[in-house]
Write a protein that binds this ligand. Sequence first.
Ligand code: PEP
Length: 257
Amino acid sequence: TPSRKPIIAGNWKMNNTHFEAMALVQKLAFALKEADYEAVEVVVLPPFTALRSVQTLVDADKLDIRYGAQDVSAHASGAYTGEVSGAMLNKLGCTYAVIGHSERRQYHREDDALVNAKIKAAYANELTPILCVGEGLEVRKAGRHVEHTLAQVDGALEKIPADQARSIVIAYEPVWAIGTGEVATPADAQEVCAAIRGRLAELYDEELAAGVRIQYGGSVKGDNIAGIMAQPDVDGALVGGASLDAGEFVKICRYRD
Ligand code: PEP
């Protein structure tokens, strides 16, 4: 089976000015260097306004940290006030773009068709999507979480060819676990991550499915990460709140210690 390097990504959401962003990245870089840590891919996802500062730091100090944006426009350029294009993010050295985060689905009414268009825009600009999927509490209570999440995967990947899809990162984030302190059990995370991999095998093939990294997200902390990462189909974590604290985030990145 192809190896899937674990990927721990910090979604800062709407936190940190570009000054604060630089301080946090420097703290992270220092702590990770101390740890001599290379077994895990470490990613930060700052607000758009901090990307240039993060790029400057990462380039100047040749930091082993990748970064990306929390969203990307579905459009290439033009009269889309307030939007940021994939080409702009590419020029800022972004490796990743988060697409379809539950907060964007909820507060900005992003649906599967828009998520799909954003995935196309990301690939058109050499950005790797971190596609977020996951069910809300009502759906979970009704026992329809797998079906719901797989429908989001289907919608997001519509007409995305295999040579693009093989690099995608998918984050399973049950909405009831995001920012609530209520982490899914490792078994819950495994159930849905395995189902996502199964769906990738159906949509594409077994080999592609075996190579895609699937993260869990939702109230991940230093003291609950190890059990989640021990699951065979969980290849990383998308971390919100706990990524704002350098010490806590490094603890998560060092879950193997
Ligand atoms: C997220 O926003 O992707 C997330 C998982 O948030 P938190 O870790 O704060 O639950």
